[in-house]
Design a protein around this ligand. Structure first.
Ligand SMILES: [Zn+2]
Length: 95
């Protein structure tokens, strides 16, 4: 395993390190829901993807997001999450 470098986080889509500001946090809440964490502060196990459609799609399609969150995502949950991430990306771009 590579040594941890400061506050960088790994995008589960492309596996590259990135700063928090370039990433969208996905969280598995203590209740077991998987949500986009727009503020980056929700409690629960988090995973990060770049605010980039290619990364989001890869993270969901390859199952790396679900693995990172240690959760099973049904097809409809994965699709809903993909939509949520897409909305968050659009919000990010407009900021
Ligand atoms: Zn990425």
């Amino acid at each position: 395993m590579a040594p941890r470098m400061g506050p960088d986080r790994i995008c589960v889509g492309c596996r590259k390190a990135a700063g928090k500001l370039d990433l969208i946090r996905i969280v598995r809440t203590p209740r077991g829901e998987v949500l986009v964490d727009a503020n980056g502060t929700a409690p629960g196990r988090g995973a990060y993807v770049h605010a980039d459609r290619a990364c989001a799609t890869a993270a969901i399609a390859r199952g790396t997001l679900a693995r990172s969150l240690r959760v099973g995502l049904r097809a409809e949950e994965a699709a809903r999450l993909g939509d949520e991430i897409e909305r968050e990306i659009e919000r990010d771009v407009r900021r």
